[in-house]
Design a protein around this ligand. Structure first.
Ligand SMILES: [Cu+2]
Length: 257
């Protein structure tokens, strides 16, 4: 009898493992529900989107942890870096997008996390949000967390046929110091920029950010030819400034060194 139970357990365990492997494939990384949108003139209003968290954290020992919170940061457009058709450029976001200021608005939703707030830059622009606290995300479930993006207007005089914004996202399962970051504590879907404290080198999320691509709908000047694809990346300085969760002036994550 005992033996039978053990075998049953093993079979069940195997099935569970197989399901886990399947659910942790690439598409289950934290991404945006609608990763490609059209540029959106003021007459169109805003786009409603969502952060999709496909899975929580998994320790080196294979233990799945519940998720305590998430932080999403978009490029602030001020000191962000650009590539144009894959080549580094000195141009600025303002050369391609007329209205990048506060790109994101967090939408109140307490289904997964009990607390949330927007992340504002010193200029007063909203560039991201955090959500955290109970009940949290149970380790065998996924989450869809709503947000709204402002209508992005591509400069009609530019040759951009698309502008893609790369983000930096942390999904936190254990609250640690930044120097203790590892996939045993959190997943970070990060841009790879020198000097960022909010990346886990060598992890699946390293250099694997969630992106929002904005396609042009206005006609391009004739001398643009096919047009160019622009990619915007937040700087390390911005990431280090905007990723920490600060509540009433007190930094609650990461813990002080
Ligand atoms: Cu994943």
């Amino acid at each position: 009898m005992l033996e039978n139970i053990s075998i049953k357990k093993i079979i069940l365990f195997s099935l569970t493992s197989a399901v886990l492997v399947a659910s942790q494939s690439n598409f289950a990384h934290t991404r945006f529900k609608t990763p490609v949108i059209d540029e959106n003139g003021s007459r169109h209003g805003s786009d409603y989107n969502a952060e999709v968290i496909g899975h929580t954290c998994k320790t080196d020992d294979g233990v799945a942890l519940d998720l305590l919170g998430t932080v999403v940061v978009f490029p602030d457009g001020v000191d962000s870096t650009l590539t144009v058709d894959g080549v580094a450029s000195d141009k600025k976001v303002i050369d391609f997008v007329t209205n990048w200021g506060s790109p994101v608005q967090s939408i109140s939703n307490k289904d997964v996390f009990g607390y949330q707030d927007e992340i504002n830059t010193p200029l007063g622009n909203t560039v991201g949000y955090w959500m955290g606290g109970g009940p949290g995300l149970q380790n065998n479930l996924a989450a869809v967390l709503p947000f709204r993006t402002s209508g992005v207007v591509i400069d009609e005089t530019s040759c951009a046929k698309s502008v893609t914004f790369r983000t930096n996202i942390a999904d936190i399962c254990v609250i640690t110091k930044a120097s203790e970051f590892s996939t045993n504590a959190l997943n970070i879907w990060s841009v790879a920029v020198e000097g960022s404290k909010f990346q886990i080198p060598g992890s699946k999320g390293d250099d694997s950010p969630a992106t929002l691509k904005v396609n042009r709908t206005s006609p391009m000047p004739e001398d643009c030819g096919e047009g160019v694809d622009v990619i915007v990346t937040p700087t390390a300085a911005q990431i280090n400034r905007d990723m920490p969760i600060i509540i009433n002036g007190e930094q609650v994550w990461p813990l002080p060194e």
